[in-house]
Write a protein that binds this ligand. Structure first.
Ligand SMILES: Cc1cc2nc3c(=O)[nH]c(=O)nc-3n(C[C@H](O)[C@H](O)[C@H](O)COP(=O)(O)O)c2cc1C
Length: 358
């Protein structure tokens, strides 16, 4: 297989991005200005999409990691107005917005974007984001989160296509509910997650699925992508698998490694401890296991450190194994995005026809 690899940005809409360290450029508060600048650059280079995450609470420490996060729908509405080709993906935390409200917000942004809008469904894993606003009092929500998301998406789809929706579910009740305007075409649905519930949800509802744990090889990702495609095919559907990648690049291998060494030296231990605590890795627990420092500094997300050539080769190998696309994140978006466009993109065999396709 020698496929084409779609590329997009995992936007700098959260303070600190995917590196939990002090003294980073991304430690500055996330701004509209930076998000607009990098999305326009990505669009001009032929990249296909941009995704912003939804985050309601961060981890403190000196870096204030994720303490600030732009709201995903409003950010994407702004970006929809200033772009013309790139697909825009907002994230909805299903616990926070009634589906009838989200249906109309999404249809409105899709109108602004002229059909370029898609929705990332976030079932929610982090109780402390939602409990602070009184939206997670039931302790079994985590176990049922994909049932809840399933009902939510069933409602969204019906509101996008039907005139008056009556629905009597376990979590939602609608009575002749109206939602206009409707999107001109069905909105694409994106989701992430590899738990059993997440995979069942992906097979039933998603068009794009984000997969990948930190040390997964391109081959393992390809195998998982095929497994997901098979689960979707059983339901008469097709799903393309993407992955997330944090890119630490340098002109040489040594330069990139020096960047990584600095992040490791500047690890924000306080923010990391809080992130681990709310993720179920409380160090006071008897079964607490220490994680490798790279895992925590880079938030357990796949990352690559290396020269432009090494990064281009890795992305090409993802395409060869059947991964459909990659959402790119960087420690310093302002400098790293132009650097990636100038020095990595032209080296990628899996992007040779990018401008012709867009
Ligand atoms: C590309 C990508 C985007 C994500 N966006 C969000 C987000 O906006 N908000 C959030 O709380 N979690 C987000 N997540 C986490 C997933 O929604 C999911 O909770 C996580 O992968 C755990 O999966 P699980 O539910 O199968 O355990 C994202 C993950 C990926 C890979």
């Amino acid at each position: 297989m020698n496929g084409y690899l779609e590329l997009g940005l995992f936007l700098p809409s959260t303070k600190g991005g995917l590196v939990m360290a002090r003294n980073l450029p991304s430690e500055r508060e996330a701004t509209w200005g930076l998000n607009k600048e990098v999305v326009l650059a990505a669009e001009a280079s032929g990249m296909e999409f941009a995704l912003s995450q939804v985050k309601w609470r961060g981890y403190g420490g000196e870096s204030g990691h994720w303490d600030g996060a732009q709201e995903s729908f409003t950010l994407m509405a702004g970006l929809a107005a200033v772009t013309s080709k790139i697909k825009l993906i907002a994230s909805v935390a299903v616990r926070t917005i009634n589906p009838a409200v989200a249906a109309k917000m999404a249809a409105t942004i899709d109108d602004i974007a002229d059909g370029r809008f898609a929705l990332n469904i976030v079932a929610g894993w982090n109780k402390f984001e939602y409990a602070q606003m009184g939206l997670w009092s039931d302790d079994d929500y985590y176990l049922n989160r994909y049932d809840y998301a399933d009902e939510y998406l069933t409602i969204l789809r019906r509101l996008w296509t039907e005139d008056g929706v009556t629905f009597d579910g376990k979590y939602f009740k609608l009575e002749d509910c109206r939602s206009n305007p409707k999107p001109k075409a069905p909105l694409k649905i994106v989701s992430a997650g590899q738990s059993e519930g997440a995979l069942a949800f992906v097979a039933r509802h998603s068009d794009y699925s984000f997969i990948g744990r930190m040390n997964d090889s391109a081959k393992q990702l390809g195998e998982l992508a095929r497994k997901i495609a098979g689960l979707a095919a059983d339901q008469g559907r097709s799903v393309t698998s993407y992955t997330l990648l944090n890119v630490v690049a340098g002109r040489t291998h040594e330069e990139a490694e020096a960047r990584k060494a600095k992040y490791m030296a500047d690890r924000d231990e306080v923010a990391i401890e809080e992130w681990l605590r709310v993720s179920g890795f409380d160090k006071n627990r008897a079964d607490y296991q220490t994680l490798p420092p790279e895992t925590t500094t880079f938030m357990s997300v796949p990352y690559i450190v290396g020269s432009h050539e090494k990064i281009a080769a890795h992305l090409d190998s993802l395409a060869q194994y059947g991964v459909g696309g990659v959402a790119l994140c960087f420690p310093d978006f302002e400098k790293d995005v132009p650097d990636f466009i100038a020095n990595v993109l032209p080296r990628m065999a899996s992007r040779q026809n990018a401008m012709i396709r867009t």
